[in-house]
Write a protein of this length. Structure first.
Length: 158
C-alpha cells in the first residue's frame, strides 16, 4: 500500500463575523442565498382546527374546537348547509343542540346534502370571533387541496 495524501472531506470552518481568525481567501465561503417563503406562512386569523370522525349517528367531536367557541353541552344550534359546507352557529331558537357529552350531531338531511357517511373524517374550523363552526366534508377538502396544489405546484405534484 502506498502513502497517498487524501484531501479533507470536511471543509474548514469559516470564522464568525468580526472574528480575526487568520484565514486564507480559499477558506471563507459566502453564505448561500435562502429563498423567501410565501406570505401564507403567517396566520392572520385565530381559527381553531380539529379533525373528527362521524359516528353512525352523525356525531362529531373535538372538544378543543367546541370550547374555543364557548359552547357547552345543551347549547342550542342552527345547522345549515351552504356550498357543500356545514355551517353551525349558536342560536337560542336553534332546533339542534350539543349532546350531553358536548358532541356536535349533524342532522341526517345535512349529511346527505354534503355526501357525508359514517366513518368520514371531517375538518372542523371554529372562528371564535364570529361564533361560527364550519364542517368541511372530504369532497370539499379534496377540491380545495387539488386547486391549491395546482396553483402552488403548477399542476406538478411530484
Amino acid at each position: 500500500m502506498t502513502n497517498v495524501a487524501v484531501s479533507p472531506v470536511i471543509p474548514p470552518i469559516a470564522p464568525a463575523a468580526g472574528s480575526h481568525h487568520p484565514s486564507t481567501p480559499g477558506n471563507v465561503r459566502p453564505s448561500l442565498p435562502l429563498p423567501r417563503l410565501a406570505d401564507t406562512r403567517i396566520r392572520t386569523r385565530a381559527t381553531v382546527y380539529g379533525l373528527a370522525t362521524l359516528d353512525c349517528h352523525g356525531r362529531a367531536s373535538d372538544l378543543t374546537v367546541i370550547r374555543a367557541l364557548g359552547w357547552a353541552a345543551g347549547t342550542r344550534l342552527n345547522v345549515r348547509e351552504r356550498g357543500g359546507l356545514v355551517l353551525v352557529t349558536a342560536d337560542r331558537q336553534g332546533v339542534f343542540g350539543l349532546t350531553t357529552q358536548g358532541h356536535l350531531q349533524l342532522p341526517a338531511t345535512v349529511r346527505r346534502w354534503c355526501g357525508l357517511a359514517t366513518g368520514d373524517r371531517v375538518l372542523l374550523a371554529a372562528d371564535p370571533a364570529d361564533g361560527l363552526l364550519v364542517v368541511y366534508p372530504p369532497a370539499i377538502l379534496d377540491s380545495m387541496i387539488t386547486q391549491f396544489h395546482a396553483r402552488v405546484l403548477g399542476g406538478d405534484a411530484g
